[in-house]
Structures are given as structure tokens and as C-alpha cells.
Design a protein around this ligand. Structure first.
Ligand code: NAI
Length: 464
């Protein structure tokens, strides 16, 4: 028997469940097929568990700093098993919430692997075998960690983020291969937990995509924390010896470690939904090919989230999931612009940004004017004892030579992932420096530095 829906989504991660929930909120009858756990990478082996463990690292730092505030505590000891339990409670709580939300919105969830075939038929194999059909299909099959030759993942000596997120003991010595968001967050966390960390990045700088000043600031902060950062190095392989292994890199570099973390990107799972007999194309990197409205070559079939070549971020997935629902309803929504989405990296120091980097703005032909201010002189930063970092605003220079539209906002430092909001709005609202400088920032807050930086671009400043 074939069950009909208005929309069938294959994949229950952030992008897929967002499409299903938003479809239901729009009055559509949605079916959602998930072969593993609802919530996907983000909830089970990504954003949520990673940030939970990073919070353990942050609490540890706070306790270590306590004496500075006159609070006497002994040398803190971390029990990662307890932290893992707490992580699981958070994941389970969110997971239960999501299941309840989908049920409450009458989204029909099918457990199993969905295969899209001809005529928009979706065959579900596994838990709840079914045959579904809908005028609109959304592919949201996500991604999985990439590996590199010579580093087979064995789950004990060589791991990806999937396995690392379940560790109950920090390794004495660890090498992290890849200095992107995942590599930097793990290097930072493991360093806080007491591991001796080596970070190997193939490109000339860590954190590709970030503003050069932000990446440099993180690299410097990492080196200050004794993380051994090597950029512009290729890894060649490793030689296991008992419970340790020696990783070879660069011209003649090597490091003996107890754990290798491979964090070299995520591979899209473009072929995970069969697609036999359809016109949906998958490129040689594994991405489902879509146009700027996330439509595949098969009419009525969309793809969203990590499986398409847009930033692999849960919140981009949410936005894309909602976008396709509005598109199929004929609401003519504005497509998600990958160049202005918010980015947040939860290393210590944190990094957050939206819009163009200074280099990208210049490359795009903008005449730019830039202002940077450091947290060093910010009252709240001094109070909390976190004065490293800065706010950098990239603005377009107007014909009168004055700073005009804000093109990019780049933050490094304390709680910047929570401070990005107004920078994100400024960029996406295409606000000018004069407009934003008129807003009042509460005092004393870390966010005053954003106001101060924008104000200085008007040609006059207060404290800076
Ligand atoms: P990534 O693509 O951001 O970074 C991978 C890094 O590994 C790159 O810098 C690359 O040059 C380097 N690399 C590749 N091969 C290498 C090799 N053989 N040796 C040394 N370095 C090598 O990927 P990442 O960090 O694994 O994250 C995957 C995706 O998940 C990204 O899209 C990322 O933005 C997203 N993500 C975002 C987070 C956040 O925003 N907080 C957190 C975690 C993931």
C-alpha cells in the first residue's frame, strides 16, 4: 500500500526535521524518514555533545582561575565519565523534546532507510517498511566524517569526531589533523582537559574561511596555551607501536601520541537515498546538485543541509529546511545567502562572524574601511578576567570617503558566539555604520565593544 503525504523528507537531522516541522506549521501533511536517530549529527555526534564537553573544559578553566577572585578551591579534577553522563542527559532531553514536537505537529515519522525512486516514490526499508509518495520530496541525508589515506579509523587509536565525543578519559598526548572548526574546538578542549596537543593543518593558516586576523589570534592563543600548532604541513602516515603511534608530517616532522583525531571535513551523503531512476544528480564530491533555490534536476525534489554544497552548519540547515517549504508553497522566499550566514566556533578563545572577511571584501572589489578594537579596555571583559580578543568591523567606503554599509563583523574573545547577533543583523539588514552607531549598548557589557567599534567608523569615538 502506498501512503500519500504533501511532503516527504528523507533524513531527520536539523535540515530535514526543520522542513518537516515548518511544513506542518504551514498546514501540510509531512512524512519524515530517519534511518538512525532523529536529530542527526548535530544532536548526537556534533554541535550539542561537542559544546557540552567544551563546557566542561570551560568550567575547569573558571575553577582554575578562581584564586584570582579570592575564591579558594583545590586543584580541580575532571571525571569525564560524569561529564559524559551529563552530555547524554542533555542529548536525551533534546531528543525527547524533538520527538514530542514532531508528534505534536502530526509529522509521521518512519524509522528506516528511504530510497527515492521514480514518480516521487519513497521506499522505506528497515524499522517501519513503507511505500510513500508525495508531490514534494526533500533530501536531507547529511554528511559523515571524512578520513584520509593512511589513517584508517579504528575507534581507539585513530578516531573522528564521532568517537572522540564519547571519550571517558583525556589522552596524555594527542594529535589533531585538520585545523578547521572541529579540529580547533577539539584541540582547545583536549588542551583544557590536560592533554598535550599537536594540531596539524595543511593550509597556511588554521580556520579557513575566517578573517585572517581572527585565525591568527586563535593560533597565537593556542600557542600561548602550549598547543603545538603546525600550519602548511601534510601528514604522511603513522606507525603504531602498542597503544601509541608516531605520526609523520611535513618535511621531517613526527610526534608520538596516544590518540589521533582526524578532523579534515565532512563528506556529504549524496547517494544515501538511492535516487535510482531519478534525474537527481550527485557530483564527484558527493553533494546533491541543486540550483540557488535548492531544487534538484528532478522537478519537485529539493535537497537541504550538509548534503548540498552550502556551509555545513545546523542553523543553515534549519534555514534551508524552512526555505524549501516556503518555495514549494509559492511564497517566493529569498534564498539563503551562504556569504552572510553566522559562524560560531566554540574554541577558547571563541570566534564568531558574519559577512565578508576583509580579504574577501577587497577581492570582491569593495573599497573598504576597517576598524578593530580589543577587549583589553572593556570593563566587563576585565571583570570576568577574559580580555584577549577583539571586534573587527569591515565596512564599505562610500563615495564621500566615509564608512557606509557594514559588510562583515568578526569577533574573537569571551562569549562572542552569544554576541554575534547584532553583527549578524547589521550585515544582513545591510545597515550602515551611522545607523548602527546610533544604537545604545548596555553598560557594562562585552557587547559595548561592538558599539564602540562601529562608532569609531563614523569618524568619532568615545572610549576607543
Ligand atoms: P573544515 O573543512 O572546516 O576543516 C578541515 C581542515 O582540515 C581544513 O582546514 C583543511 O585544510 C584541513 N585538512 C584537510 N586535509 C588535511 C590533511 N591531510 N592534513 C592536514 N590538514 C588537512 O572541516 P571540519 O573542521 O572537519 O568541520 C566539518 C564541517 O562541520 C565544516 O563545514 C565546519 O564548518 C562544520 N562545523 C562547524 C562547527 C562550528 O561552526 N562551530 C563545529 C563543527 C563543525
Amino acid at each position: 500500500m502506498t501512503t500519500s503525504h504533501d511532503l516527504v523528507v528523507i533524513g531527520g537531522g536539523p535540515a530535514g526535521y526543520a522542513a518537516a516541522l515548518f511544513a506542518s506549521a504551514s498546514g501540510l501533511d509531512a512524512g519524515l524518514v530517519e534511518e538512525s536517530k532523529l536529530g542527526g549529527t548535530c544532536l548526537h555526534v556534533g554541535c550539542i555533545p561537542a559544546k557540552e564537553l567544551l563546557e566542561t573544559a570551560s568550567v575547569l578553566r573558571t575553577v582554575r582561575q578562581a584564586a584570582e577572585f579570592g575564591v579558594t578551591v583545590g586543584e580541580p579534577v575532571v571525571d569525564l565519565a560524569v561529564s559524559q553522563e551529563r552530555k547524554q542527559q542533555v542529548v536525551d532531553g533534546l531528543s525527547k523534546g524533538l520527538t514530542g514536537l514532531l508528534a505534536g505537529r502530526n509529522v509521521t515519522v518512519y524509522a528506516g532507510t528511504g530510497h527515492l525512486g521514480v514518480d516521487h516514490m519513497v521506499t522505506v526499508d528497515g524499522g517501519d517498511p513503507a511505500v510513500l509518495q508525495a508531490p514534494h520530496i526533500v533530501l536531507a541525508t547529511g554528511s559523515s566524517p571524512r578520513t584520509i589515506p593512511g589513517f584508517d579509523i579504528d575507534g581507539t587509536l585513530v578516531v573522528t569526531s564521532d568517537e572522540l565525543l564519547s571519550i571517558t578519559e583525556a589522552p596524555d598526548r594527542v594529535v589533531v589533523i585538520g585545523g578547521g572548526a572541529i579540529g580547533c574546538e577539539f584541540a582547545s578542549m583536549l588542551c583544557d582537559l590536560g592533554s598535550s596537543v599537536t594540531l596539524l593543518e595543511a593550509m597556511p593558516e588554521i580556520l579557513p574561511g575566517c578573517d585572517a586576523d581572527a585565525a591568527k589570534a586563535v593560533r597565537r592563543a593556542f600557542r600561548k596555551r602550549k598547543i603545538d600548532v603546525h600550519v602548511g604541513v601534510l601528514v604522511h602516515g603513522h606507525d603504531p607501536d602498542g597503544s601509541a603511534t608516531t605520526v609523520r608530517f611535513g618535511d621531517d616532522g613526527s610526534v608520538e601520541v596516544d590518540l589521533v583525531v582526524v578532523a579534515v571535513g565532512r563528506r556529504p551523503r549524496g547517494d544515501a537515498a538511492g535516487l535510482v531512476g531519478t534525474r537527481v544528480e550527485v557530483d564527484d564530491r558527493g553533494f546533491v546538485v541543486v540550483d540557488d533555490r535548492l531544487r534538484t534536476a528532478e522537478p519537485g525534489v529539493y535537497a537541504v543541509g550538509d548534503v548540498v554544497a552550502t556551509p555545513q552548519l545546523a542553523h543553515v540547515g534549519f534555514a534551508e529546511g524552512m526555505f524549501v517549504v516556503r518555495d514549494l508553497l509559492g511564497e517566493n522566499p529569498v534564498p539563503v545567502d551562504p556569504s552572510t550566514v553566522p559562524w560560531c566556533i566554540y574554541s577558547h578563545p571563541e570566534v564568531a562572524f558574519a559577512g565578508l572577511t576583509e580579504a574577501a571584501a577587497r577581492e570582491a572589489g569593495h573599497d573598504v574601511v576597517v576598524s578593530s578594537h580589543r577587549f583589553m579596555g572593556n570593563g566587563r571583559a576585565m571583570i570576568v578576567g577574559e580580555t584577549d580578543g577583539f571586534v573587527k568591523v569591515v565596512a564599505e567606503k562610500g563615495p564621500d570617503g566615509r564608512a557606509g554599509r557594514i559588510l562583515g563583523v568578526h569577533l574573537v574573545g569571551p562569549w562572542v558566539t552569544e554576541q554575534l547577533g547584532q553583527g549578524y543583523l547589521a550585515v544582513n539588514w545591510e545597515a550602515t555604520v551611522d545607523e548602527v552607531a546610533a544604537f545604545i549598548q548596555p553598560h557594562p557589557t562585552l557587547s559595548e565593544l561592538f558599539g564602540e567599534t562601529v562608532l569609531s567608523l563614523t569618524g568619532r569615538s568615545l572610549h576607543g
